[in-house]
Ligand binder design. Structure first.
Ligand code: HPA
Length: 288
């Protein structure tokens, strides 16, 4: 029997009565610090939430935090579940669907990733423009749940062009270097071989990591807008001078964590103002 996002969302709502998050955030390896910035209404260990998948990876705290960040009501996953953990891929749609049921319209996803470009090394951030799902797995395979979205749906402009332009403008304002490129999801749990990296470069990858596409697929299926950022922790295998390891990922994730935190907080602040403006315009147009 698969996990039920309705059960999970009812439980989450019961822990934060009357709180309506508009932005969902998924924090990747070593990026948990952003969670501490949230003016929290509730903090719930994944383990307490019924019908919620459980993460087993070190460095992934496994808590859900509801509160305000940059003034925006958010729900934040500190830690996530990965396909390489071996569970049912469908389980990875559950947290995103629970967020949707709680009212989330925009999903902001972060991850740690290796970069194919020497000039975009550890400590840099990359805005994801598109992805290649190289895992052969999909959380939406199986019976379609029509309550969330249609069987077949487009993945063109999956990474929202307007939100991307917006976050790039914020980065510029904050003097934070933000490159943009294609993220390739490699199943893992091992890091890639140099031969695989050569193949992925030819395929068009700018960064590689072991997460993100399941959440993005579930979010787009459910009609949510998506923005995603890779925290570059290393150059890819073959280019990297140091041996890749999870410890190295966690250590180097700290390099750009401060920039990422600033970028996200100011992005949310400006987004809140714009959503408010749009709401007022809608109201004055009489189509509320
Ligand atoms: N490959 C896959 N996943 C990663 C990497 C990498 O080089 N760096 C951080 N996560």
């Amino acid at each position: 029997m698969s996990l039920n996002p309705y059960v999970a969302s009812d439980f989450i709502q019961s822990r934060a009565p009357g709180f309506n998050p508009r932005v969902g955030i998924v924090l990747g390896s070593g990026l948990g610090g952003l969670a501490d910035e949230i003016d929290a209404v509730a903090s719930i260990p994944f383990a307490e939430i019924p019908d919620f998948p459980q993460s087993t990876v070190e460095g992934h705290e496994g808590r859900l935090i509801l509160g305000r960040l940059g003034g925006m009501p958010v729900i934040c996953m500190q830690g996530r579940i990965h396909l390489y953990e071996g569970g049912d891929p469908q389980d990875l749609a559950v947290p995103v669907r629970a967020m949707k049921l709680l009212g989330v319209e925009i999903l902001l996803v972060t991850n740690a990733a290796g970069s194919f470009h020497e000039e975009v090394g550890p400590g840099r951030l990359m805005l994801i423009s598109d992805h290649i799902n190289f895992t052969g797995k999909n959380p939406l395979a199986g019976e379609n749940d029509e309550r969330f979205g249609p069987r077949f749906f487009s993945m063109e402009e999956a990474y929202d062009p307007t939100l991307r332009a917006h976050i790039k403008a914020v980065a510029k304002e904050l003097d934070i270097e933000l490159s943009e490129g294609v993220y390739l999801h490699y199943l893992g749990p091992n890091f890639e071989t140099p031969a695989e990296i050569n193949a992925f470069r030819i395929l068009g990858a700018d960064a590689v990591g072991m997460s993100t596409t399941p959440e993005v697929l579930a979010a787009r299926h459910a009609g949510m807008r998506v923005v995603a950022i890779s925290n570059i922790t290393n150059l890819v295998a073959g280019l990297s001078k140091t041996k890749l390891s999870h410890e190295q990922t966690l250590e180097c994730a700290k390099l750009a964590a401060g920039d990422l935190e600033k970028l996200v907080v100011i992005f949310l602040e400006t987004l809140k103002r714009e959503l408010l403006k749009a709401h007022i315009t809608e109201k004055s147009n009489g189509d509320d």
